[in-house]
Design a protein around this ligand. Structure first.
Ligand code: BES
Ligand code: MN
Ligand code: ZN
Length: 521
């Protein structure tokens, strides 16, 4: 098959309406600086204690025995015991240089041994709300390397992310906007250098969150593709396939989903060539349903607004490509996203329809709400056929059933390859974006057999996540492949230490870590 890159700038495209670019994000964010221990600023001073309530040497040296005393007294008055994640704030006497002491507990030895620095950074950012805070990163009983400092800074930035560009009245929450965090550390130059390599990740997560948060009237397939196109500023090669190009390629499964929407579909292909010229690429594929009404098999009204987030897989791929290109990752990487809107108009696909995919295999549509697998079937095939990748990983908010199985704690991992699964699991443990392996196999494959076509797109409720994955597997030849069902982790997320909630940017840190640990020259 011959692939002619089609770079289309569709008529009527108003990218100006979509604000999700870095510049916006950076303007909203506060600054992080690094300094050596010793200097005391006005504003908040954040210090740490274990369950013995003793601040570190750097704090004691900086503020003198009076401050150490003060902490002990305040702790008694407040029944603060230095437990992990607990905190107290003290308004200080006039003769101390700072305005307020924020004391954060690190707990006992066990808590401290398992300390997650990204989470700690988020916790810190959640405790300070002034314009300026100095954080003394001399943690009692814990070695704080420059890498750890960088992780803390990353966590703090992630926590500060907010999405309020559609709020015209700026109210209370805005007191927490802007400001700066000064991290007082042993080696500021080394910390700064380590943090530099985190900036792209932080921006990548913010981009993914922004895309998921954007309302579906603003972010359609074309606008999303335009956002992917912006990566070309970082040296990423971007191609956009429009409806005509997809038709020519035979992507009828994807087009069948798109046909009920007046907005048409797009596939965006992003290529970062940071590796050796002859090295085959690794590939990431994302489901980008900008809004999933269910189509003719329409969803119930309650909560349907959340289906603007049904493009979180695609958002993650764009955020990841940004992160990798920003830090000039030494790897050849393909990102490909299928962008459609699933709507029920007079031209919409029906249950009973049969579509012929790009691979030639036919699919009977049982339920038009099982649309993600149709989009991915064609994009997976396209990527495998054109790029002959080392592996393919797809991310998709694919099934409600994965929420039944794993809640919002783990993404479902389905894979034909143990090594890739183990690497993903390890990267998940390291980043806190955890995955749990789920079954694939002939039993599930059998469940999607169709009376009228090669397969059907829905096999009912039982094993819903595995039968969805089984359909995807029919579009994967012998290349190592993993499918991540992120319906539970990427959208509708609860607030955490590093995220105020709803859109988490899930997967950017996980996959950046996977690439960093295993696939860079
Ligand atoms: N986008 C949904 C899955 C989803 C559910 C994502 C909840 C996020 C939160 C997907 O397209 C869908 O509708 N799946 C159906 C499949 C069924 C019709 C076989 C589902 O899970 O109910
Ligand atoms: Mn659906
Ligand atoms: Zn969907």
């Amino acid at each position: 098959m011959l692939y002619v890159p089609i770079v289309s700038v569709a008529a009527g495209l108003k990218t100006g309406d979509v604000h999700q670019n870095n510049e916006d994000f950076m303007a909203d964010s506060f600054t992080i600086d690094f300094q050596a221990h010793g200097k005391v600023e006005t504003g908040d001073l954040v210090v740490f204690v274990g369950d013995d309530l003793k601040p570190s040497g750097a704090v004691a040296a900086q503020l003198g025995p009076k401050a150490v005393d003060l902490i002990a007294k305040a702790a008694a008055a407040e029944t603060f015991k230095g437990k992990a994640k607990s905190s107290m704030s003290i308004v200080v006497p006039a003769d101390l240089p700072v305005d307020r002491l924020v004391v954060i507990g690190l707990g006992g030895e066990k808590d401290r041994a398992g300390l997650d620095f990204v989470q700690l950074g988020g916790l810190i950012a959640g405790k300070v709300n002034g314009k300026l805070a100095t954080v003394v990163l001399d943690l009692p009983g814990i070695e704080v390397s420059p890498e750890a400092v960088a992780d803390i800074a990353l966590g703090a930035q992630l926590r500060r992310y907010s999405f309020d560009r559609y709020k015209t009245k700026k109210d209370d929450g805005d007191a927490k906007k802007g400001g700066s965090l000064v991290l007082s550390v042993a080696d500021p130059a080394a910390a700064k250098k380590a943090y530099k390599s985190r900036e792209g990740i932080e921006q990548g997560v913010a981009i993914a969150r922004d895309l998921v948060n954007e309302p579906p009237n603003v972010l359609g397939p074309q606008e999303f593709a335009a956002r992917a196109q912006e990566l070309s500023k970082l040296g990423v090669e971007v191609e956009i396939l429009d409806d005509k190009a997809m038709k020519k390629l035979g992507m009828n499964a994807l087009l069948g989903v798109a046909q009920g929407s007046v907005r048409g579909g797009r596939v965006a292909i992003m290529r970062w060539n940071g590796g050796k010229a002859d090295d085959s690429p690794i590939a990431f594929i994302g489901k980008g349903v900008v809004f999933d009404s269910g189509g003719i098999s329409i969803k119930p009204g309650a909560g349907m607004e959340d289906m603007k987030g049904d493009m979180a897989g695609a958002a993650c791929v764009v955020g990841l490509m940004h992160a990798l290109a920003s830090r000039k990752a030494k790897a050849n990487v393909v990102g490909a996203i299928g962008l459609v809107e699933n709507m029920p108009d007079g031209n919409a696909q029906r249950p009973g329809d049969i579509v012929t995919t790009m691979s030639g295999q036919t699919i009977e549509i049982i339920n038009t709400d099982a649309e993600g697998r149709l989009v991915l079937a064609d994009v997976l095939w396209y990527v495998q056929d054109r790029f002959k990748p080392k592996f393919m990983i797809d991310l998709a908010t694919l099934t409600g059933a994965i929420l039944v199985a794993l809640a919002q704690e783990y993404a479902g991992l389905f894979s034909n390859n143990d090594e890739l699964s183990e690497r993903l699991t390890a990267a998940g443990k390291a980043t806190g974006e955890r995955v749990w392996r789920m079954p694939l196999g002939p039993e599930f494959d059998k469940m999607i057999e169709s009376k009228f076509a090669d397969m059907k797109n829905s096999a009912g409720r039982f094993g819903g996540s595995s039968t969805a994955a089984a359909l995807l597997q029919r579009f994967v030849n012998d290349v190592p492949w993993a499918h991540l069902d992120i319906a539970g982790t990427a959208m509708g997320s609860p607030a955490t230490e590093i995220n105020k909630g709803w859109s988490s940017g899930w997967g950017v840190r996980l996959l950046d870590r996977l690439v960093r640990d295993h696939y860079e020259a």
